[in-house]
Structure formats: C-alpha cells, structure tokens
Design a binder for this molecule. Structure first.
Ligand code: 13P
Ligand code: SF4
Length: 328
C-alpha cells in the first residue's frame, strides 16, 4: 500500500523545490498537509491568497497566488476575479483589498494582525491636523485604518511616497503617521513635510551603529534598508526602498553579500530564490505579520473567518484616497 504521507510529499515536492534552501525537509513534512489542503480549498472555493513579502516562506512560496509589497498587493487586488481573497498580511492590507473589492469576500486569518503605525493615529487626530494646517494636503501611509484614510486626501506606500508628495504641487504637505518615512522623503524633495510621531516597531530598532558594525563584521557587504528605518540608518545604508524595491535590487544587482534591514522573513523569501547571494540576517520580527500561519489560512478558507467589513460611512472616502494613489 502507498504511504499517504509519501503521496502528499510527492504532490507538494515542486513547491518544496522553491523553499528547500530555507526550510529543512523535516520541517516541510509538517507543512505539507496544510499546503495541500489550502491549494485544494482555493480551487473549490474560488479563492486567492495575497501575501506580503514578510510572510514566512511556506506561505509566501507555498500557497500564495500573488506576493509583493503593499503597493503591488493593492494594485493586484483591483484585478482579482476570484470570489474570495485571503490576505496573508496585516489588517490594513486586508482593509485596502476590501475597499478595492467591495463585492468580494475578503478574509484575514487573524483579526489581531495589526500594525504599530496603524495604531499610532486616529481619524480624530487627522481632523485636528487638518484644522491646524488647513492649506496642507494630507498624505496618509497605507499602514493606517480605513477611518484614517477617509480623512486624508491621498494615500501612499513606501514604494511611491515621493511621487505622491510631488504630485500634489503643494508648498507643504502633512504626511501621516510614519515620522521616519516622512523624514526620509523630506530629504529628497523641496516640499516641506509636516510629520506625526508614529513609528514601525520593527524598523525603529535598527540603529546607525548596527550599520557600522555590519560593515566592520562583513567587509564588502551591501546594506539595504526600508524607509521606515530612522533617517540616520537610511543615510548609512547603500540603498533604501520598499520591500519590493529591495527584492528587485537583489534580483538585478546580485550583490555577493547583502543584508536587508527589515523584517526577518523577507530575507528568507529572497534568499530562497538567490543561492548565489550570501545573506547576513540580523533582522527583527513583526509580531503582527507572524500571526498569520498555514493553519489559520486553512481555517479561514474552511470557515470564512475572519471576514473584513468596513463601515459604509467611511468606505467611500477611504476608497477615494487609495484610488487617487493608484491612479498616479
Ligand atoms: P512595503 O510597502 O514596503 O511592503 O512595507 C510594508 C510594511 O509594512 C513595512 O513594514
Ligand atoms: Fe506595521 Fe512595522 Fe509590522 Fe510593517 S513591519 S506591519 S509597519 S509593525
């Protein structure tokens, strides 16, 4: 009799091929059943999984249909023709997918998958900023709730923030809520930027000393940083860009040795595709991103938990801010 486990491993072998450099075989054996079940559920339920670059490799390379940074996930969400979207990422990403697909079912496998930036500001805070600086348009980072987006003029991501700010042609703009992203963008534009005190709990931990230490410990290393890192970190890095821009940098430049100053899983996902590049991995985990697992993706597809809903009183205005960004 054929061992069921052997059949399962044979069926998922092409997927394992993609992650074999970052997941040992004994660990894959614990993932294979859920991967297989999720693939089957997606087919039966007309569902797709959109996964952010910070998802773990078994999700990113194993069950995701679309992977990318926040900008790509928002863009691709407008093109999905499946009935159900499972967002393997954090809550604001699922809300953005729902804003762009009001008629579809959008699921997030864990409702507690939040974001320190989204938590740093409320709709009332944005209204107060508008009252204080009535002449300044408000650019809101996508890492915010739909209620906050609804109070803003336009959204941005780390991938298009400079373009969004410059598109407004204003003398000064308010950029919320990531202080470091705003400061990093302010260095690249003549527009005056009014900031907020929000920080990403993952990227704020990197310091300029870390960068110097990395150069000392790993001669010749190329250092890539996410623009949510403090400006002094970005200043010491060789390149700063969104998660997609960092991935693209490795893909096109093939540095022999690289470090990504960002969330941990990102290095695993990129390393899985580039055996010729040596990755140094001092990284920080995002506890929110790590709430998403194969088990809860499977559960989401089996039970429709948790369906993302947005108050109709704010959905229209929030959608307008996201669509205005996508139209650029
Ligand atoms: P990206 O838009 O660069 O993928 O960043 C999203 C995020 O949450 C970074 O911490
Ligand atoms: Fe939010 Fe930072 Fe986590 Fe990204 S890495 S989801 S910005 S807490």
């Amino acid at each position: 009799m054929v061992n069921l486990n052997t059949e399962l491993l044979a069926r998922t072998a092409p997927l394992y091929e993609r992650v074999k450099r970052v997941i040992p075989p004994f660990e894959w054996a614990t993932f294979a059943e859920d991967v297989d079940a999720i693939i089957d559920l997606k087919r039966r339920r007309s569902a797709v999984v959109l996964a952010h670059n910070y998802q773990t490799p078994e999700i990113f390379h194993g069950v995701a249909d679309i992977v990318g940074d926040s900008l790509l996930l928002a863009r691709e969400a407008t093109k999905v023709d499946a009935d159900i979207i499972v967002l393997a990422g954090v809550h604001f990403m699922a809300e953005t997918a729902k804003l762009l697909n009001p008629a579809k079912t959008v699921l997030i496998p864990d409702l507690e998958a939040g974001c320190s930036l989204a938590d740093s500001i409320t709709a009332q805070d944005v209204r107060l900023m508008r009252a204080r600086y009535p002449d300044a348009p408000i650019v809101t980072y996508v890492n915010t709730s739909a209620a906050v987006k609804a109070e803003s003029d336009i959204c941005c991501t780390s991938g298009n923030a400079l373009k969004v700010v410059e598109s407004l042609g204003a003398e000064r703009v308010i950029m919320l809520p990531d202080e470091y992203l705003a400061q990093n963008i302010a260095k690249q534009t003549g527009t005056k930027i009014i900031t907020w005190k929000g920080h990403c709990e993952v990227h704020e931990l990197f310091s300029a000393d870390d960068v110097r230490q990395l150069r000392e410990d790993h001669p010749g290393i190329t250092i890539l940083a996410h623009p949510e890192c403090p400006p002094e970190v970005v200043a010491e890095a060789d390149f700063a860009g969104s998660t997609a821009a960092m991935s693209n940098f490795v893909e096109t430049k093939r540095p022999p040795r690289v470090v990504l100053l960002t969330e941990c899983s990102m290095s695993d996902n990129v390393a899985a595709q580039h055996p010729d590049v040596e990755f140094v991995r001092p990284c920080n985990l995002c506890p929110h991103m790590k709430r998403i697992t194969l088990k809860n993706i499977r559960h989401a597809l089996e039970t429709n938990h948790h369906e993302v809903t947005i108050d109709p009183a704010i959905a229209g205005r929030a959608r307008r801010a996201v669509e205005r960004m996508l139209a650029l």
